[in-house]
Design a protein around this ligand. Structure first.
Ligand code: NDP
Length: 338
């Protein structure tokens, strides 16, 4: 079985040289273990943070070891009565083609990082790495709880055509809001219009986001779902109406920054406008998971919510897929098919 290891810690934008492909012999599963063949793995922006050796909400990846991340796979052998061959499971054993793991030992170690049997409800298993998984859950918790979406809110979303952003846009539309999305390039603009986003800013074509936002949201915005940072946050502060709420989900424009990150220089707007800016980490909101699953199943089954995925094939190409997140080459969820 092949896996991708972290060879060196990236400085700036990661390159192929930071990763290495290795082959390992996978023995039959031991006592209490199952063996899983991964079908899809996820690459996510937060993994960039784990490649740097610093204290954070998740420990850094170790050099010379396989990386970790979300994956869905099929059980191929089992010594655990709760799992049978053919079961579809999700795990944090991404970046490898197959693995052995002890589900009970993992469950005992804590709620995250365990092996979960999936009832796919007719959805493809990889949907549980995107719309029906962590990114979808991030959108749901961030918009509905952190930003406390309420009637009449005008919503602005950055990285709007991505895994999280596209779900935020659609939930806000389902709930009847005016939505403005920012994304890079005509294909993303077209997709956002297709899913009903009222106004789309192509920030690569028109980089003055403050000016563009003033044009499409002359009355201002009440909610900002922040995925990008820098000029996007500055624009949102400029456009915010009094008592606006900003859910700070991520700031991808800074993840590869080696110098001093860009602004915003207008944070003072938060004072006069009585804004609430609140950061959040999705793992602190899993009490909402049952409600998320219920709502999501309902929205998907009734055709109100859809998704896109960009698929790169082969574990050897996982680093390439990961790096492409930072040049925006994904429409919707970036996945690696194994
Ligand atoms: P996406 O699917 O949105 O992929 C990343 C996208 O970010 C790219 O497609 C690109 O889109 C955009 N992007 C990359 N670099 C820049 C840049 N320099 N400036 C502007 N846009 C850029 O990823 P996710 O949906 O998985 O993640 C979106 C955000 O949510 C990230 O910030 C991530 O860290 C955060 N996140 C936070 C979580 C939490 O618990 N707080 C959980 C999950 C995700 P474009 O072409 O439009 O530029």
């Amino acid at each position: 079985s092949r896996e991708i290891r972290l060879k060196s810690r990236p400085v700036g934008v990661p390159t192929a040289d930071n990763f290495e492909l290795a082959s390992v012999e996978l023995p039959p599963p031991g006592d209490g273990e199952i063996q899983v063949k991964n079908l899809y793995m996820s690459v996510d922006p937060y993994m960039r943070g784990r490649m740097t050796d610093r204290k954070s909400y998740v420990p850094p990846f170790e050099l010379g070891k396989a990386l970790q991340g979300g994956a869905v796979g099929e059980v191929t052998a089992s010594n655990d009565p709760d799992f049978k061959v053919g079961d579809i499971v999700s795990s944090m054993f991404g970046w490898r083609e197959a693995y052995n793991a002890n589900p009970r030992a993992l469950a005992a170690a804590g709620p995250m990082g365990g092996i979960m049997k999936l009832s796919t409800h007719g959805m493809p298993p990889q949907a549980f790495l995107g719309v029906a998984g962590m990114p979808g859950m991030t959108a749901y918790a961030g918009l509905l709880r952190v930003a406390a979406l309420k009637e009449g809110d005008i919503v602005f979303v950055s990285a709007a055509a991505g895994a999280v952003g596209s779900v935020v846009c659609q939930i806000a539309k389902i709930k009847g809001h005016t939505v403005i999305g920012s994304a890079g390039g005509p294909e993303k603009v077209a997709f956002l219009k297709e899913i009903g986003v009222d106004h789309v800013i192509d920030y690569k074509a028109t980089p003055d986001v403050t000016a563009e936002l003033a044009k499409v949201a002359p009355k201002g915005i009440d909610v900002y779902f922040e995925n990008v940072g820098g000029v996007h946050l500055e624009a949102a502060l400029n456009a915010a109406r009094p008592f606006g709420r900003f859910a700070l989900c991520g700031m991808i424009s800074q993840y590869n920054e080696t110098g001093r990150p860009t602004g915003p220089a207008n944070i003072i707007q938060a004072v006069g406008k009585s804004l609430r800016l609140e950061g959040f980490i999705v793992s602190n909101h899993y009490d909402l998971f049952p409600a998320f699953v219920r709502d999501m199943a309902d929205w998907i089954n009734s055709g109100k919510l859809t998704w896109k995925e960009t698929v790169v094939e082969g574990v050897d190409r996982a680093p390439e897929a990961f790096i492409k997140l930072f040049s925006g080459e994904n429409l919707g969820k970036m996945l690696v098919k194994l």
